[in-house]
Design a protein. Sequence first.
Lengths: 708, 708
Amino acid sequence: MATSAMMAQDKKSFTLEDLIPGGNNYFNLQPKNIQGLRWWGDLMLKGEIDELKAFNPANGKEETLITLQEVNDLLAAKELGKLHHFYSISMPYEQKWMLLSTRKHRILVDLDNKEVIWTQDIPAKAANQDWNQTTRALAYTIDNNLFVKTNDGKEMQVTNEPEGVLCGQSVHRNEFGINGGIFWSPKGNLLAFYRMDQSMVTDYPQVNTSTRIATLEPDKYPMAGMTSHKVTIGVFNPATKETVYLKAGDPTDRYFTNVSWSPDEKSVYVIELNRDQNHSQLVRYNAATGEKEEMLYEERHPKYVEPQHPILFLPWDSKKFIYQSQRDGYNHLYLFDMDEEMGLSHKQLTKGEWIVKDIVGFNEKAKEIIIMSTEISPLQSNAYAVNVKTGKRRLIGASEGTHRVQLSASGKYVIDNYTAHNVARSINVLSTTGKGKEINLLNAEHPMEAYNMPEITLGTIKAADGKTDLYYRLVKPVNFDASKKYPAVIYVYGGPHAQNITDTYNYGVRGWDIYMAQLGYVMLTVDNRGSSNRGLEFENCTHRQLGVEEMKDQMKGVELLKSLGYVDANRIGVHGWSFGGFMTTNLMLTYNDTFKVGVAGGPVIDWKMYEVMYGERYMDTPQDNPEGYKNSDLTQRAGDLKGRLQVIIGANDPVCVPQHSIAFLRACINAGTHPDYFIYPGDGHNMAGRDRIHLHERITRYFEDYLK
Amino acid sequence: MATSAMMAQDKKSFTLEDLIPGGNNYFNLQPKNIQGLRWWGDLMLKGEIDELKAFNPANGKEETLITLQEVNDLLAAKELGKLHHFYSISMPYEQKWMLLSTRKHRILVDLDNKEVIWTQDIPAKAANQDWNQTTRALAYTIDNNLFVKTNDGKEMQVTNEPEGVLCGQSVHRNEFGINGGIFWSPKGNLLAFYRMDQSMVTDYPQVNTSTRIATLEPDKYPMAGMTSHKVTIGVFNPATKETVYLKAGDPTDRYFTNVSWSPDEKSVYVIELNRDQNHSQLVRYNAATGEKEEMLYEERHPKYVEPQHPILFLPWDSKKFIYQSQRDGYNHLYLFDMDEEMGLSHKQLTKGEWIVKDIVGFNEKAKEIIIMSTEISPLQSNAYAVNVKTGKRRLIGASEGTHRVQLSASGKYVIDNYTAHNVARSINVLSTTGKGKEINLLNAEHPMEAYNMPEITLGTIKAADGKTDLYYRLVKPVNFDASKKYPAVIYVYGGPHAQNITDTYNYGVRGWDIYMAQLGYVMLTVDNRGSSNRGLEFENCTHRQLGVEEMKDQMKGVELLKSLGYVDANRIGVHGWSFGGFMTTNLMLTYNDTFKVGVAGGPVIDWKMYEVMYGERYMDTPQDNPEGYKNSDLTQRAGDLKGRLQVIIGANDPVCVPQHSIAFLRACINAGTHPDYFIYPGDGHNMAGRDRIHLHERITRYFEDYLK
């Protein structure tokens, strides 16, 4: 013991520069990783800085395909700019051709002959670039309109809409799994795209204070219960230069999600949702005419349905596709069969009290789907091969930890990158069949060995419902002394679509937790009911009453803290951002004898000021659920503030607009209570770079001022 | 001593409710006053709640003219609304006729016959009402346009301008003594008015966060060095319904100030100023044609000239008028004579190292001007009668204190309302001749006798120039013990046009000073060079370098504090608002080893974000004075912040726009320093009512957290 204590004293102390993204020593203390790994068929490419290598997992052979010097000599000869590393190149063809982009050009290099065989100028101001490898046409947006540049260099303006109409961009505020607005058909002959008319949506008046005199930057922001945007889907044919719009009927108060193509390019599939978000329909449209052909499948739920994955056709059978649904309470795969004689049928392919997180791809030969799932533990993400005929599953890679895999073209190999609570990082090339030998590319060292680390442990407690297990992560103070009494801070998020505790390195501990542990705080995080990866019932028990069940579960975390002999029950604080800012403010008001100090970042204060898509899924509209909105409106309880609460926002937050915190301050002033406040001018919903260091100095300082 | 200490313990302690405007006991602790005193000829009216009395100072007789019940019976019979008290009535005619206004009506009541003899409907939405007693026409504005309603009920729209053009309202942001935009000619036959085109001025994007979704409320705000508004002056003739505009030439970058009429209504006088504000011209225009007739007088100054008083014709000689000027270094009266044979001449009527603050009126019979001046002391304001022929002055009323006087029609009497450091309030009716007997109406009791008061003293120190005397006010902690070491807070304003220390009750101590003294702080205020009522040189030594000399003088105050044995030199704080917020922030950055804690309210951070009129007078333009702007730009020194500084603003401040403090926060974040911040949503440049209580709780709390 004496020796270990002395050793601890020899170790280094952290600064925020070591622990917070944006800090000047942050990357040095992150587990090592390998950039630029990807597949070219079943050969693994290693895109390094100075050279590009190909590695054959079948025989272990590795060869250098080209060097950076060689590439740049080729580019220089044609004045095509410069490549800085091979991290982002790809090899999209069977041929040994490398695709790369410089600032102004997209370029194909023949690696055998060492020559540039094709180039395409990138139009100035092109955003949302989506390049089709078959036709080599580029779809892109400039401002709010969509353009296509074909392989022969022709530039076509697909849309010509006024400012309030966005084309070729993500819609519905990135909900429903949407992250873009350009959808090339499988062979690149047609281009489906989103068109969003938001001219009828109220502007939120964001203000840019960095100009000589502050300037208005209005942002279309549809608030819960208010008029929302209207989305339609166009299909552009570069050959005819004509666009048809899918004849989906009046788009008012509807969501058009998860756009996908049939393999034959004849049909576009859309999962449609009503504004209530309690009824989804999978609909097929004729891509050539826009006609609605068939509603294939629908789901209803008294709370909400939330489609997040486009349908995916089996590569070996264009009559069969995979649909993902939470209809049995957990996200699972359903195999749909559009047999022409038998008609449409479907069967459940995976089942159990765990969820399919993603489809990685297919092994066509073995007729397997490669998925990521939580089958081993809700804290983990593991790859499995699922046999489409039998539904049987086979684990790929280590059974511990949280994996990210890249699948080779045939589906025979994966690059498996994973971390676990005691694994900083491990990268391996594996056969998905479980037969070939595993080739290890990296076992990262523990990067903080030289530092005095706190003890980080995982555990479970019962939720407030008395039956559900909740995971928690507990960080003890550095140089822990069980005879002392320490202040404790709960870090909370608590909302849907997020999970704070996972079987990743150190259980996903946050850098700030470590910093606070070094300053002598006990740090606790509990993933309450309402958070993700635990199934639908776990998540949707919060419906129409956000905050209520979540807080009850957090109070179970407080009970845990109080049960620890070394926590000073009179010095418990709480910190969270976004939904966690809502939770923090709510906990400070609701359990105002428990929490002495809180820091609420970018908080939701009143759900009727939050946007339609996310807000109404969980809360319905203010018109439909006045009681629920009123009960969760924190301005109503501003007078209950007793402890020290600092609210911090990005002054230009487009997600949780400044009106939330400003309304809260007004309510507190009217009620005679005293929150503290800070803003980060020019920042959005989160702080990045140096601002993130400043932010965590600020948060730390607040607990040091008032909780220590 | 023992007895006095015990007595002190028996006395009450203050709360902020007692000491801050908006507090629920604030008015009870203010010196008593008498509302509704005014003149009707040489009879004094006492407008009380229940009755209106007339008092004759010549013989001491008092009679009741009418009761509230009688008035309201008359109004009720004609459905003219209701009068709540006689505080705001007037008697504008020789006849015993009382003028009153209800919400919708202006009404004349014949007090002898107890009847309503005349009414006029007040148009809905009428603002800036200016009623002419001779013609009984009403000039008013609705939105941005000017209207006249004549005695016969005709409504005339004088102007019909688009939104960016304001008519009949104050211009040039109320600088140059301007406080309105409607100027009836002496007999009411013509109406001069301001027209301000601000369509070319940049909008500051103010945001109203109290609406369902925040809404933009753009405010035309010309920042120093940027394009300013253009002002012209129209003359409307209600008889012909025609308007002529004064032919003053291109109004770009010019100020048209101090509009006045000749007694014969034939001429309009304007004091015109260039944008540099270093050259003023008194110009006469033909009111009928708008032609410029003559430039009568001009002044230049290497720093600035600042006309603030319209010319005033002698009632007994329409060829003579009074012009006020600081040209000899102090504001004094100059008598101009437009003798037709001799031509224009002028002579200085008052002279000395003191200033004329105001002209109250005339005693026509005695050929005297009644003025307010600082002749006795810069801390005082006393009334004098100045003989126009001889220039001889005669003091009116007590020689101590700060007086406000109301002059009777003949100029023979004044109602003199004054306070002094040891006089809570005294109201007396006096003869201006010094001959009649003084009639005392009120000697107010000391209103805080029941409370434990701190000791409040006045003194002088030498300014940083080594020669100028500066006044200071020092407040010792309640229950002072010279053997203790106390923290000290400097309250500072420091800018032009203001004076914190005057010979008013308790030397004008602020309620918050008393509160802080009760909490154990030494409170100091010093009126530095640059502040008002000390003459031009005292004020304009700050020209082109605001903050520099002012801070040097404040540091003399710090020296004073340090010389007091009972001040802890390590616990000195500073607080100020507006210019005082600029001073506070500046002091925190510049003398960052001296000041440990500061609270800066509504601060100017960078003068180039302040408005043209005030800003350029003292700083010239950023183009002309880049060095001066840079040196006083506090964002440049954000990295020098060491102590705790809280910046507080009204979130909708239209005077010192939010961009100031937001730019400061951004600079501090970039420099890695940590100011604190708070905003009062919906509030402007100052907090009023309950918000002012909350504000002072907040300010107090900050010093208690970090300076105690």
